[in-house]
Design a protein around this ligand. Structure first.
Ligand code: CDP
Length: 203
């Protein structure tokens, strides 16, 4: 039997990370948030003032646990270094090895179903309207930065969507064989229930 690889892709704050981690627990599969790798590469390049592709090769468990990766600047830096082909190449093998584990795996990101694991058994493309995503992301970020406005977060999201979708190297796009899940009008429980039934429909 083919190992069970489940790919979650979609734009910022669409809910894909939350849904992917629930599905990973459901099926007892290891889970990789690939966005964290790009966040770590952008962050390391900045704090050490080094080439982003070199930074991508230096990522370790300590960097990945750094709270700074969760912030607004880290997301913005991640999307800038993610457009550099050498950075994507430096992170490719780790992600592909993770996806290739005999146990199967769940990965979330932008190019899992298209580039990292095109042979994934289940592919979900999770999206939501920009205003809804901005509201969700603002609720997370305002705890760290009380002065942040929702309008600023919406602007960040629009810039990031545009950059992630228009880059030439592995742009954010829905794989032809992916199932679409729009979480705009779904609460968390309904989104989880829908993700569960979509995954089941492919098994
Ligand atoms: O949580 P959020 O969706 O805001 O961001 P993330 O998943 O942590 O990803 C941060 C950035 O990394 C994205 O805006 C993408 O530019 C980049 N990324 C990517 O290019 N490919 C991936 N597989 C994952 C993230």
């Amino acid at each position: 039997m083919r190992p069970l690889i489940i790919a979650f892709d979609g734009p910022a704050a669409s809910g894909k990370g939350t849904l992917a981690s629930v599905i990973a627990v459901d099926y007892g599969l290891p889970f990789l948030d690939t966005g964290l790798l790009y966040r770590a590469a952008g962050y390391l390049a900045h704090v050490r003032d080094i080439d982003p592709a070199l930074a991508a090769s230096l990522i370790d468990a300590e960097v990945l646990a750094d709270d700074a990766l969760r912030g607004r600047e880290a997301g913005e830096r991640a999307s800038r270094v993610a457009a550099i082909p050498e950075v994507r190449a430096a992170l490719f093998k780790y992600q592909q090895d993770f996806a290739g584990q005999a146990s199967g795996a769940v990965l979330d990101g932008r190019d899992i179903g298209t580039v990292i694991a095109p042979h994934a058994v289940v592919k979900l493309f999770v999206t939501a309207r920009p205003e809804v995503r901005a509201h969700r992301r603002w609720l997370q970020l305002v705890k760290l930065n009380p002065a942040l406005t929702e309008a600023e977060v919406l602007e960040d999201i629009r810039i990031r969507d545009e950059r992630d979708s228009s880059r030439s190297s592995a742009p954010l796009e829905m794989a032809k064989d992916a199932l679409l899940l729009d979480t705009s009008d779904l609460g968390i429980d309904a989104a989880i229930a829908t993700a569960r039934s979509l995954v089941k429909s492919r098994l």
